[in-house]
Design a protein around this ligand. Structure first.
Ligand SMILES: Cc1cc2nc3c(=O)[nH]c(=O)nc-3n(C[C@H](O)[C@H](O)[C@H](O)COP(=O)(O)O)c2cc1C
Length: 218
């Protein structure tokens, strides 16, 4: 695919088909993703991908907790909306509206959205991104680049993706099922799969105008 198409066609996908993903393709995505730059080429990341029986167990345990209304205990702290900058709060409000407009087209819309979270989007694979617990913000910067490059490579391979807090909301489940070392911080998860044609997957989010996000000085 053309670079521009890859960037603009990537969007968060929230329900995937049951179709499994080939291990060779998953390895290719990680090979591409780890072309990301990092502090002194430290490559501080570790990537764990779950599919098959392991993923099934994680999904089952996550679902039971999510429907029971258990709060998350993610390794990275979660800020309350009010603690974001005003502009970010407005952007989140706009996103809420866009989500509602998209979901209202579907009578089951709102239920589909929360069901999607609880079922981990019916992902065919989940990619967990980790760094050492004592890593600095620089390593998290590096990890973000890995995540986005992976999502772009997925788009290029015809695979849908979503980076989601939901995937790392109960890190103890992920730790138990993947034998993730206690010294590793579970920073983020990315769900992968073939998108269904559910209306939820048609959401194409806007961005604030460049005048809000760019300072270009001469
Ligand atoms: C750090 C982070 C956490 C996110 N967590 C969730 C989540 O838990 N559930 C969800 O549905 N979407 C989640 N998203 C997806 C965002 O809502 C989405 O990236 C944003 O609205 C922009 O839309 P786009 O990815 O389609 O361009 C998350 C994205 C990021 C980067």
């Amino acid at each position: 695919m053309e670079f521009h198409d890859v960037v603009y066609q990537r969007r968060s996908i929230r329900t995937f088909k049951d179709t499994p993903l080939d291990s060779t393709v998953l390895e290719q995505l990680v090979t591409d993703a780890t072309r990301a730059p990092s502090w002194a080429n430290s490559q501080p990341w570790h990537i764990t991908i779950v599919t098959g029986a392991t993923l099934k167990r994680i999904k089952k345990r996550h679902y039971e907790r999510a429907v029971a209304g258990r709060g998350g205990t993610a390794d990275l702290s979660v800020a309350h909306r009010n603690d974001f900058a005003r502009e970010a709060q407005q952007n989140m409000e706009n996103w809420n509206q866009q989500v509602n407009e998209t979901l209202n087209k579907d009578p089951q819309g709102i239920a589909t959205f929360s069901q999607a979270q609880a079922t981990l989007f019916n992902a065919a694979a989940i990619v967990y991104l980790t760094v050492p617990q004592n890593a600095t913000g620089w390593s998290l910067y590096d990890l973000g680049a890995v995540g986005q490059t992976l999502a772009l490579s997925a788009t290029d391979h015809g695979i849908g993706s979503i980076p989601a807090y939901e995937l790392v909301r109960y890190p103890d489940i992920v730790r138990q099922e993947t034998n993730l070392q206690a010294t590793q911080l579970l920073a983020m998860g990315i769900a992968l799969g073939i998108p269904t044609d559910s209306p939820i997957n048609t959401l194409y989010t806007t961005r604030m105008p460049l005048t809000n996000s760019l300072t270009l000085l001469h």
